[in-house]
Design a binder for this molecule. Structure first.
Ligand code: CNA
Length: 266
């Protein structure tokens, strides 16, 4: 299974029927949403990027978030071919869970039902102090105008995105069994540096872990992935654009007609 063709054939033969998928910001770059850590990502443009999504910093200085986060708060964005590919695997009964780090909600927009939005979403907003609910639209408009929106209690309003320093939604813990029981893990478009999300790769048993990313990241090694030809590992790295590689998998698996009929994507 070390080539895309062999991997696609195994999918076609339904060798795996309990797939778990992990996604990151890279799968939404082709939807026009910058990621964090690519050369042209949001972090490359800022002096203290990690403070944009830091809850303690936000409470003291919400302006920094309102000035720098709008490029990734994009409710108008549309799913990419990769999002539809995940939806396709689920519709064929092959995928049992998708854990996403993305806040853009594009997996859901593509029709994926079993998705854990581990870092929250931009569907709603609330006061960072008293937790009162606010409409997403008002917050997005305020962010686009770089004008901090405040609650009656004087707390700053934020979208329901999980900031550094906040706890993950309960769904993260609640669905771990579906990762542990997976017969294949597919990891797409993430630098795998944000914990505890990245540690999900170690939550599966001794099953193939397929990583698709456009860089041959050294940091993958830090969390125990091993892409050498060593027989002790079932880890495989496909380097390239997630849309391009998903397109090849669809083609090698002989799913072209069915996929493009269902999703009408290019
Ligand atoms: P990251 O650290 O920015 O890593 C993204 C990875 O994807 C990098 O290794 C890139 O090289 C790779 N990549 C970029 N484009 C492609 C592509 N077309 N094909 C293949 N690989 C590609 O982002 P992570 O998701 O790993 O980090 C987690 C953060 C990012 C989470 O907390 C998210 O909330 C946050 N984030 C989310 C969004 C979004 O929702 N779309 C956007 C930006 C950041």
């Amino acid at each position: 299974m070390r080539t895309i063709e062999k991997f696609a054939q195994a999918l076609k033969k339904e060798d795996f029927k309990k797939i778990a998928v992990m996604t990151g910001a890279g799968i939404s770059v082709n939807a026009g949403i910058p990621d964090f850590r690519s050369k042209t990502g949001l972090y490359s443009k800022l002096k203290n990027p990690e403070l944009v999504f830091d809850i303690n910093h936000f409470i003291k200085n919400p302006q920094f978030f309102y000035d720098n986060a709008p490029s990734i708060i994009t409710p108008e964005a549309q799913p990419t071919l990769t999002h539809y590919f995940i939806s396709f695997l689920e519709s064929k009964g092959l995928m049992q869970i998708c854990y996403s780090q993305n806040i853009d909600g594009l997996e859901r927009k593509a029709g994926v039902k079993k998705v854990v939005q581990a870092h929250g979403n931009i569907d709603k907003a609330h006061c960072a102090l008293c937790r009162k609910d606010y409409s997403r639209k008002d917050v997005v408009d305020a962010m686009r105008a770089s004008k901090v929106m405040y609650c009656d209690c004087k707390g700053p309003i934020k979208p329901d995105v999980v900031f550094f320093g906040e706890s993950l939604p309960k769904e993260f813990e609640m669905n771990l069994e579906l990762v542990a029981s997976a017969d294949l893990l597919i990891v797409m478009g993430t630098s795998l540096v944000v914990r505890p999300f990245s540690s999900l790769v170690n939550h599966v048993g001794f099953v193939p872990r397929i990583v698709i990313n456009n860089t041959d990241l050294k940091s993958f090694g830090d969390i125990g992935l091993d892409f050498s030809d060593n027989k002790m590992t079932k880890d495989v790295l496909f380097v390239g654009d997630t849309d391009e590689i998903s397109r090849k998998i669809i083609s090698f698996a002989g799913w072209k007609e069915e996929f493009y009929e269902k999703f009408k994507v290019k």
